[in-house]
Design a protein around this ligand. Structure first.
Ligand code: GLU
Length: 489
């Protein structure tokens, strides 16, 4: 049995977006499912647009999502190098092969000349394509061009009769008329290869068995197949995975909000939720199952369950899924996720003492069932860490301006001061006494106290808040709130 070898081949020209991460994931899952090899190849031949920072973003994104590669940057293998910029000699060698068999030729047209032809074609209502001016130059003509200081590009001599059939594992047989293909450039004048050429050389030399990539590359495939055929190389299997759309059914883009994988990380989406969600963009096991662990995805992922139809990116569903994963974590894991956010916010020092950790765990036990995004641990817990927390204006207006509020807070302060510790058992009778005294319901006691202690009207249960804060801070906070109210009136 031939080993499956697949690759993710990003161009490091920007962020790692949801679409790229989904392509990487499908390749990775397929490799892990088949016990094959997953190659990461950096397609950085576009020197003007590729940056090292963008490569790092890709590597970081892959690491965040737990997609490890068997060959690629930092992981040498038998078919490297894995940066295209380190393979320029190889492309030159294959271009020379095509040249020697007259399936490629040097083209000396300048960009201005090409543009002029393009304009003429547009004006004549024709398809814009290379007009073949340099397709059959004599050596003398080439000499003359060189003497003029022109530096040639290399063009592929494409087959223009007949059709090329892409046998796609997902889309079936897709037919392309060869008249659609012109003599496209394979090496630019600076010697760097174009995508359609380099990708064939690399996929072939790296023994890629399945090319799994985004559907927008389907229209490139007939060109690539022509190169495989010209060089007498064996074709890989192709699988073009469906587009990802935004909620308005147009192609997903920044207009639809965050699409960068590292931004999702920053906002507190946990890797397991991201992976689960991305897997469902164009793949499904059966209609009833939405939650899949990574191991389950590996076990169940096959290409025959990849859909032809686009996936729709639904941030609300991702957020919901993130909440599911957060709730399923152990408290210890939740703590590990939360800690960096609290450290960054300055709530907790870099070196956390056992006592501090205990305090954090107490708070997290209350937050775990309420949170959807890890980043929210900062705002949700701020008042547990700072004494000068803000009071939300509208909450103050709504709750602390009721009659008797001052008296209620004074009453609570006095009564709570008399308690050795705070538990539901010890505090509840105080609320009950206050309810009678001020003729209010339980909420009439709890709400002002919650605002006094947290500055907001959403928090864990009041008994938990009291217990976590402890007597001294509770009494101080009631005092602080009463002062604030006095100043306002
Ligand atoms: N570098 C190409 C891209 O990022 C790779 C496409 C392919 O997988 O062939 O779109």
């Amino acid at each position: 049995m031939n080993t499956v070898r697949v690759r993710f081949a990003p161009s490091p020209t920007g962020d790692l977006h949801v679409g790229g991460a989904r392509t990487a994931l499908f390749n990775w899952l397929f490799a892990r499912h088949t016990k094959g090899v997953f190659v990461l190849r950096i397609e950085d031949t576009d020197q003007a647009r590729s940056t090292e920072a963008a490569t790092q973003v890709i590597l970081d994104g892959m690491k965040y999502l737990g997609m490890d590669w068997d060959e690629g940057p930092g992981k040498d293998g038998p078919y490297g190098p894995y940066y295209q910029s380190d393979r320029l000699d190889i492309y030159r060698e294959y271009a020379d092969k095509l040249l020697a068999m007259d399936r490629a030729y040097e083209c000396y047209c300048t960009p201005e000349e090409l543009e002029a032809v393009r304009q003429q074609q547009i004006e004549a209502g024709q398809a814009t394509r290379y007009n073949g001016r340099c397709a059959s130059l004599t050596e003398e003509e080439r000499e003359e061009f060189r003497a003029q200081g022109r530096i040639p590009v290399m063009r592929f001599r494409a087959k223009t009769e007949g059709e090329t059939v892409v046998d796609d594992l997902i889309r079936g047989q897709v037919r392309f008329m060869n008249t659609e293909v012109d003599d496209f450039i394979i090496l630019k004048s600076d010697g760097t290869p174009t995508y359609n050429f380099a990708v064939v050389v690399d996929d072939s030399l790296m023994r890629i068995s399945h090319v799994i990539r985004a559907e927008e590359h389907l229209s490139n495939t007939p060109k690539q197949i022509q190169i495989y055929e010209a060089l007498g190389l064996e074709l890989p299997k192709f699988a073009h995975i469906p587009l990802i759309l935004g909620p308005d059914k147009s192609k997903l883009s920044k207009r639809h909000g965050a699409t960068s994988v590292l931004q999702f990380k920053e906002e507190g989406y946990v890797a397991e939720a991201m992976v689960n969600y991305l897997a469902l963009l164009g793949w499904g096991y059966d209609d009833s199952q939405t939650i899949f662990s990574v191991d389950e995805l590996i076990e169940k992922f096959t290409l025959d369950r990849v859909s032809k139809n686009p996936g729709v990116f639904d941030i609300a569903k991702l957020e919901w899924m993130n909440g599911v994963y957060i709730r399923e974590m152990s408290l210890e894991t939740f703590y590990e996720h939360a800690l960096p956010y609290w450290q960054k916010a300055g709530f907790v020092p870099e070196a956390v003492s056992a006592e501090q950790k205990e305090y954090c765990l107490e708070i997290l036990a209350e937050l775990q069932s309420r949170i959807k995004l890890m980043a929210d641990v900062v705002d949700m817990a701020r008042y547990f860490f700072v004494e000068d927390y803000e009071y939300l204006e509208d909450v103050v207006n709504k709750i602390l301006t009721k009659p008797d509020t001052e008296d209620i807070l004074a009453f609570l302060q006095e009564k709570l001061a008399g308690l050795p510790d705070f538990t539901e058992e010890s505090v509840k009778p105080i609320f009950q006494e206050g309810m009678e005294k001020f003729s209010v319901k339980m909420g009439g006691m709890i709400q002002p106290l919650r605002v006094a202690l947290t500055g907001t009207n959403v928090s864990p249960g009041i008994y938990e808040v009291l217990e976590i804060l402890g007597s001294e801070r509770v009494l101080q906070r009631i005092e602080r709130t009463r002062e604030m109210l006095k100043q306002r009136s």
